[in-house]
Design a protein around this ligand. Sequence first.
Ligand SMILES: Nc1nc2c(c(=O)[nH]1)N[C@H]1C(S)=C(S)[C@@H](COP(=O)(O)OP(=O)(O)OC[C@H]3O[C@@H](n4cnc5c(=O)[nH]c(N)nc54)[C@H](O)[C@@H]3O)O[C@H]1N2
Ligand SMILES: Nc1nc2c(c(=O)[nH]1)N[C@H]1C(S)=C(S)[C@@H](COP(=O)(O)OP(=O)(O)OC[C@H]3O[C@@H](n4cnc5c(=O)[nH]c(N)nc54)[C@H](O)[C@@H]3O)O[C@H]1N2
Ligand code: SF4
Ligand SMILES: [Mo]
Length: 727
Amino acid sequence: MTDFLKHFRSEQLEKSTEKVMNTQCPYCSVQCSMELVEERIITRKRFKTKPNKQDPTSQGRLCIKGANAHQHAINGDRITHPLIKIDGEFVQIPWILAYEYIADQIKEIQRESGRDSMGVYGGGSLTNEEAYLLGKFARVALKTKHIDYNGRFCMSAAATAGNAAFGIDRGLTNSLAEIPDAKCILLVGTNIADCQPTILPYFRKAKKNGAFIIVIDPRETATSKLADLHLQPKPGTDAHIANGMLKVIMDKGYVDKAFIEERTNDFHLLKEDIKAIDLKEMARLAGVSVEEIEQAAVEYGQAETGFIFTARGVEQHANGYENVRQFINLVLATGKIGKHACGYGAVTGQGNGQGGREHGQKADQLPGYRSIENPEHRKYISEVWGIDEKELPRKGVSAYEMMEKVDQGDITGMLVMASNPVVSNPNGIFVEKALKKLKFLVVVDMFLSETSRMADIILPTSSYLEDEGTMTNLEGRVVLRKGERPLPGEVKHDWQILCDLADLLECKSAFNFSTAEDIFNELRIASKGGKADYYGITYSRLKEEGIFWPCPHPEHNGTDRLFDQSFAHEDEKAVFYPLPQTGSNERISEMFPLYLTTGRIMEHYLTGVQTRRSTELNKRASEPLLEIHPETANQYGIEDGVLVELTSERGTMVIRSKYTEKIRRDTIFAPFHWGDSQSINRITSPTLDPFCKMPEFKISAVRLTPLTEKLLDTSNKKTDKEKEIKI
Ligand SMILES: Nc1nc2c(c(=O)[nH]1)N[C@H]1C(S)=C(S)[C@@H](COP(=O)(O)OP(=O)(O)OC[C@H]3O[C@@H](n4cnc5c(=O)[nH]c(N)nc54)[C@H](O)[C@@H]3O)O[C@H]1N2
Ligand SMILES: Nc1nc2c(c(=O)[nH]1)N[C@H]1C(S)=C(S)[C@@H](COP(=O)(O)OP(=O)(O)OC[C@H]3O[C@@H](n4cnc5c(=O)[nH]c(N)nc54)[C@H](O)[C@@H]3O)O[C@H]1N2
Ligand code: SF4
Ligand SMILES: [Mo]
């Protein structure tokens, strides 16, 4: 380097500035905290992330998504001004005009067709404060019963099962710190290595300490590499495995009779039925061997301590609720709960998937996990909100059912905040068509997503770097997210937008908040005495460690392990569930001969609106890939790496094939992180679980056509006659 260049370089470095922001990854439920260092060298900016070693959950780890999360927040695609659609084009509009237009539209729609003609659709990325405020906005400012959120597709099966079995829905019953001491761990339909990568070391440690790890997943995954035993069932058959395991556990005498007697109800309802089931039949239905079920049962049954974890692989089914209940039956029958290194966990998905499902975004719910149909709960919340109880709407319908109501013309206006329903709902083609029928759609987002681009108005919101608030991680630990970056352009926080709109809807006094902390202080009171009691948590208490709810008063240390002494039902007992009654309607047939299951890859997050805008992540995975066994592919004339059309009864989508021997021959797998013709939800089934309204994302009957062949064969006629093959 010449002296001149050396001199220039050192001057340049002198002129560089550094800004350090404390933050948390916006993506999954681990909520890994970090420092983001912004270096400015003359006009160039450079970002570096440093994981926070003091983080009690991530213990100083970050995954590839967290390390690159800022790339979407600083992306030039960010919407920084309100936009209104005029003649099909978005143009900037001042906030005040946008607000006035929205308020006028809402008033007109509600005058014309009643209060419930407005729908509100929320998301699990919102902070607790915003999720709480969105629920209040729907009930108090819009006075509509129609509110639900994307968590319906995420945690609803486990949430409903947890409430019914234990009387409370907190994803993990214990803190992660107890995992390394467990002697047997069942991971059912959960791919932690790709979906919550920074907590995988807890499981590795358990294995090192001698734990026997069982994975149940139709695919070999990065998680199943940890397994001592991997069962690869047909999608949708988990309940058969759980029931088979319970039979073995009962036959071999591993049941904890004292625990069942003292701490549970209804064991008698399933005892005889389980005795009568045929293990061979369970194995046949699930597509695994009797020996595998036996070994899993013996290992779990005889272990001194143990955990069962379930996630969307078990839950996103038409019988997802029952699936979860069958696994909880195993936990209860062996008494492995309420003590050290023993428990159950529904592995929460979204950043605030846990908190987002506690404070009133759900159709039937009020803050603190109160019920909107319970007279005492209604009275309490009406008082907190300063309204007449009679004014408080009753329960509405679930997320996908709202789309049906849009289609039927019962809902004609909608506010979407923090979701991309066109890509994440099942039966996506129908959903897109339905949303086109809306008279008015307003979307609050950071980007032009597949949904926001359909809006009449888009309001620009803050990213995780800018938005302060609390998040509740997968452990049930409430943590404080700092919003240290200044708001770009004219962007506002979600909560500010709700307060401003409420003002124009003549509800100013109920939405008179000037900070996120003000909202949290109201949430504390609204949740007081509820199941998800946050009353004892304050911003000043939320330092590095966070606090586990329930935390009923400011001197309380929070509750890291649940059910030590009692369950949360009135009689303090947990409840068994009888044999399952329901199942999937999806049948493979001559026309649709394969099972499709869907899920995630490490590099992308949900519908990809954020991660597809991260250069680094997009470089690593730029299109969806269909995982298919080479033998299956050969059968349908599909080469490796070619475009394939996937078709179900609902529609078609296009995807590139990727050979893998890690999947069952009767099953194919696709991620759902892409939109438009690459959206897998164009073909998924809208059948909902009757208990919790979870769609069956994890099973669709489909057929494959190589795209070139299809282009050549224009007739492509298949008979409508389907030969049913029972699952
Ligand atoms: N990289 C990444 N991480 C994420 C997310 C993301 O989009 N990307 N999203 C977050 C969110 S919101 C969520 S909900 C979680 C989801 O976390 P997970 O539930 O772990 O993720 P999935 O990939 O949906 O499904 C898990 C596994 O279920 C298997 N599976 C499919 N069908 C069945 C079945 O019938 N039975 C059984 N036993 N297994 C089956 C799939 O093969 C898959 O490996 O991840 C969170 N973390
Ligand atoms: N086939 C199939 N479909 C699935 C699943 C599956 O496994 N298979 N999983 C389901 C699950 S578990 C989930 S959780 C859903 C998720 O589905 P979606 O709700 O559609 O999730 P996202 O892609 O996170 O959409 C979030 C949108 O909100 C924006 N956003 C992010 N943060 C904020 C914020 O703080 N405020 C506002 N206003 N906007 C924000 C993002 O830019 C993005 O456009 O998908 C479900 N759909
Ligand atoms: S995606 Fe999840 S595991 Fe990865 S850094 Fe973010 S919060 Fe942590
Ligand atoms: Mo989720």
